[in-house]
Design a protein around this ligand. Structure first.
Ligand SMILES: Cc1cc2nc3c(=O)[nH]c(=O)nc-3n(C[C@H](O)[C@H](O)[C@H](O)COP(=O)(O)OP(=O)(O)OC[C@H]3O[C@@H](n4cnc5c(N)ncnc54)[C@H](O)[C@@H]3O)c2cc1C
Length: 480
């Protein structure tokens, strides 16, 4: 019998596994996709919010500000790309000035460090490419940009290194409550655990319904984006928001840790976790809104559009709770934005709920809290030469757009959670994320997966099972 089972391995399940792996516990994580971070965690704005947005004295405000601080420490220890570039909320008219003043008051009440109201001139000095009709802004230096899937993967990998049993392609189908445990029925057999944490994102209510009727409803909301080429990555230096409204934090323009420019999202009702389509109307809305902040945006440099689905609930709050009927069940539901920012603080808070429920938290004597990663593109010439002399696979560039080497892909394939699909390699290494979007490197990545994992070329998928890239072999023996 396991001590704890965690359902879902997005950033919340990963943070939960990472936090609990510090203790002497037998933990399993059940994830239905073929890789971690494959739900909302892979498609969002990638901002570690400062924490001026949530209403003061709410759990969301507390966890946002704490999570922001923790993100810096975790990113440093686990080698996750993270930069505190700061954020601006623009007042695009005189009428919006009271909005940013209100956010400023909230930020002070929430304990957000360093927030300041800037005049029009100060705003334009910081970001010269903004519209010159801007009337002022709120500046929050603690906001940052992060690689969201690497953040989740790094925490999940560290959990695995510290003994957590991660089961991918494992979908929870039903749950039976017993006197002292839960039996979790999956497509790959049963798992029994004394404590259960649900971190199922948009599917939170569906999972909770396997045991009892949830007191909340998930109302999924889709957000669509443009991702611009690295040629546009310097257009703004910080995260540029507009005033938030009832639909969310509004359309932003922001640099990414990979050097691109991200523009979006809108907010439209979605049918579920998989409803991540991109529509012409959605993109037209995003384009028009973003140009109000940065009129000269070059959307012609777009290299990809994508959409993510928010796990909004029927209340403007995270729905983090211990079940009254099943006190050993902790439900992490309604984790909409700023869920990415708050993730490690949510996990810490949830660990306290488990402790209150009777779970013993005895610290491990040896907890590995470090993760190293080589990023060839960011090394100096001398460092590159030394690395290639040590391991010639770092001398073979596989992804030309992002300068990702064979050595980095092999390191990923030998990592604690080996990627098995083209997209999982992309999330681990960045291969395929550049201007050609994998047109050049995908076949070579495919070859490396086959060689390293010893699997049939026909079984390599773009993402989950069912997305196989090749369908058969030619008469001369090559795969089609
Ligand atoms: C458009 C958009 C923009 C956003 N921008 C930001 C931002 O800039 N900053 C920020 O802080 N937050 C942002 N967010 C919110 C943030 O992305 C989420 O709060 C966070 O990713 C939620 O993580 P999660 O682990 O709860 O969900 P997910 O990442 O969706 O993970 C849930 C996991 O549970 C698994 N699962 C579900 N059901 C089952 C089952 N039955 N069996 C097994 N596994 C199951 C799923 O496969 C999935 O992997 C944004 C969200 C969206 C959509």
């Amino acid at each position: 019998m396991k001590d704890v089972a965690i359902i879902g391995c997005g950033v919340i399940g990963a943070a939960m596994a990472y936090t609990l792996s510090k203790y002497q516990l037998d933990i399993t994580v059940l994830e239905k996709h073929s890789d971690v971070a494959s739900g909302t965690t892979k498609a969002n704005s990638a901002i570690i919010h400062a924490g001026y947005d949530p209403q003061p004295n709410t759990l969301m405000a507390k966890l946002n500000v704490e999570g922001n601080l923790m993100a810096g420490e975790i990113a440093e220890k686990l080698s996750v790309p993270f930069r505190r570039v700061g954020s601006l909320v623009l007042a695009l008219s005189e009428a919006e000035l009271p909005h940013i003043q209100e956010l400023y008051r909230r930020g002070l009440a929430n304990g957000v460090p360093g927030i300041t109201l800037l005049s029009r001139e100060e705003t334009l000095k910081k970001e010269p490419n903004l519209t010159d009709t801007v009337c002022g802004s709120l500046w929050a230096p603690s906001a940052g940009i992060i690689d969201p899937w690497e953040y989740a993967t790094a925490m999940a990998e560290t959990a695995v290194v510290n003994g957590v049993d991660l089961r991918l392609n494992t979908k929870v189908e039903s749950i039976t409550a017993q006197a002292d445990s839960f039996v979790i029925h999956t497509n790959r057999g049963d798992v029994q655990a004394r404590y259960l944490v649900s971190a199922a994102g948009v599917d939170a209510a569906a999972v909770r319904s396997m045991l009892e009727t949830p007191s909340y409803q998930i109302m999924p909301s889709r957000g669509e984006y443009y991702l611009l080429d690295r040629s546009e990555g310097q257009v703004v230096g910080s995260v540029v928001f507009q005033c938030p409204n009832e639909l969310g934090k509004g359309v932003l323009v922001s640099p990414t840790v990979h050097g691109n420019l991200i523009v979006g999202p809108n907010a439209v009702p979605a049918e579920g976790a998989e409803d991540n389509k991109v529509t012409a109307d959605g993109l037209a809305f995003v384009a028009a809104a973003a140009k109000r902040s940065v009129p000269g945006l070059n959307l012609g440099a777009n290299i990809r559009n994508f959409a993510g689905v928010r796990a909004n609930s029927d209340q403007d709050a995270f729905r983090i709770e211990r079940s009254e009927r099943y006190p050993h069940l902790v439900d992490l539901a309604g984790i909409k934005s700023p869920g990415l920012s708050a993730a490690p603080a949510i996990a810490f808070y949830a660990a306290k709920l488990l402790l209150e429920a009777g779970l013993e938290l005895v610290a491990k004597e040896h907890f590995v809290d470090r993760r190293e990663k080589i990023r060839f593109a960011s090394l100096s010439d001398e460092e590159r030469a030394a690395l290639i002399a040590r391991d010639p696979t770092y001398g073979r560039v596989i992804c030309r757009c992002q300068t990702i080497t064979e050595g980095e892909i092999l390191a990923a394939l030998r990592s604690p959670i080996p990627p098995r699909s083209i997209n999982a390699i992309k999330r681990r290494t960045g291969a395929g994320m550049g201007r050609c979007q994998g047109g050049f490197c995908s076949p070579r990545v495919h070859e490396l997966i086959v060689r390293e994992l010893g699997i049939d070329p026909l079984d390599v998928c773009l993402e989950d099972e069912g997305s196989e890239l090749l369908v058969g072999e030619t008469k001369t023996g090559g795969a089609l």
